[in-house]
Design a binder for this molecule. Structure first.
Ligand code: 0X9
Ligand code: ZN
Ligand code: ZN
Length: 305
């Protein structure tokens, strides 16, 4: 059976997506939401019990940045936990009665493949740039949230290149179109990155506070407390601009300004000892603690519909 405590290449993850959906038709359905620049399919797993009536949903993407391998590992872990706890009356099992999770296991698939085959520390997409030998756009600078302002670069050779146009990246367009088309049911937006052990919320493009800043800060604090209750992993929380850096064009700010008032970026382990090269021996503990934060947020959202 599948080893959730190892990192997997895209071929393995793609067949895992098909298998887990096929084996659990009452809990999981697989959608293709678009294709990458290089023509790979981008998948979304809808995880939740079928009730007949439309359910509110929590959207979660992993693998926006190619080298952050713990992120796709977490999305796979999450789906595995939904399957494993199905029918056990655990918190997740109960959440799945009322909510659907819309999970993209790997968004930046071309970059992820490239990080396996050519350059372990690749971050961006793999789209070719006009008049430049440098490849790729930072997908988390390509969303329509004060696009290409603070903390972005208009140089295609930069790792934070905002791209030639807003939503120029097929991967960004695919996820933004999906979220726009389902905005009435999506109650929270979660995006999983690494590293630095932070729970961030809007805004990152400005120092101005979100209208529900106090609620977001409270929720982030409690999510982090839940996470830390397992192994004591130190986490901080706050708005992106004040807790990390000013950066425009991010998915969290874009989803928030679209009207999804619970929007969080998780930066998983570690704080720099291994950085993006987090050892496989830490996958299990990282995913287990992160589950507590995600479940906390989902339960809060469900109770504040
Ligand atoms: O800079 C980023 O895109 C994220 N950090 S990472 O090291 N994973 O690249 C942080 C994103 C925070 N949110 C926004 N900047 N909107
Ligand atoms: Zn139950
Ligand atoms: Zn990232």
């Amino acid at each position: 059976s599948y080893d959730y405590e190892s990192y997997h290449n895209w071929d393995q993850i793609e067949s895992w997506i098909a298998t887990i959906a096929n084996k659990n038709p009452n809990l999981i359905s697989r959608l293709k939401i678009g294709q990458s620049y290089e023509g790979r399919d981008i998948y979304l797993l809808r995880v939740g019990k079928r009730t007949g009536s439309p359910k509110p949903a929590i959207f979660m993407d992993c693998g926006i940045h190619a080298r952050e391998w713990i992120s796709p590992a977490f999305c796979q872990w999450f789906v595995k936990e939904a399957v494993r706890t199905h029918g056990t009356d655990s918190l997740l099992d109960c959440l799945l009665n009322e909510l659907d999770f819309l999970v993209i296991p790997v968004l930046n698939v071309d970059g992820y493949v490239y990080s396996w085959t050519e350059d372990r520390l690749w971050r961006k997409t793999r789209s070719r740039n006009f008049n430049s030998v440098c490849v790729g756009t930072d997908p988390n600078r390509n969303f329509n949230a004060q696009w290409c302002a603070n903390g972005s670069s208009n140089n295609p050779c930069s790792d934070v290149y905002c791209g030639p146009l807003v939503e120029s990246e097929k991967e960004v367009k695919a996820v933004a179109d999906f979220i726009r088309n389902h905005s009435s049911i999506i109650k929270a937006y979660l995006t999983v990155h690494s590293y630095s052990q932070k729970c961030l919320f809007p805004y990152s493009y400005t120092y101005s506070l979100a209208y529900n800043h106090n609620e977001l800060a409270n929720l982030a604090q409690n999510a982090v407390l839940a996470l830390q209750s397992l192994y004591g992993t130190p986490y901080t929380f706050g708005s992106g601009s004040s807790s990390l850096y000013l950066a425009s064009g991010g998915s969290d700010d874009w989803a928030y300004d679209l009207g999804i008032k619970y929007s969080f970026t998780f930066e998983l382990r570690d704080t720099g000892k291994y950085g993006f090269l987090l050892p496989e021996s830490q996958i299990r503990s990282t995913c287990e603690e992160t589950m507590l934060a995600i479940n906390y947020i989902a339960n809060y959202v469900l109770n504040h519909l």
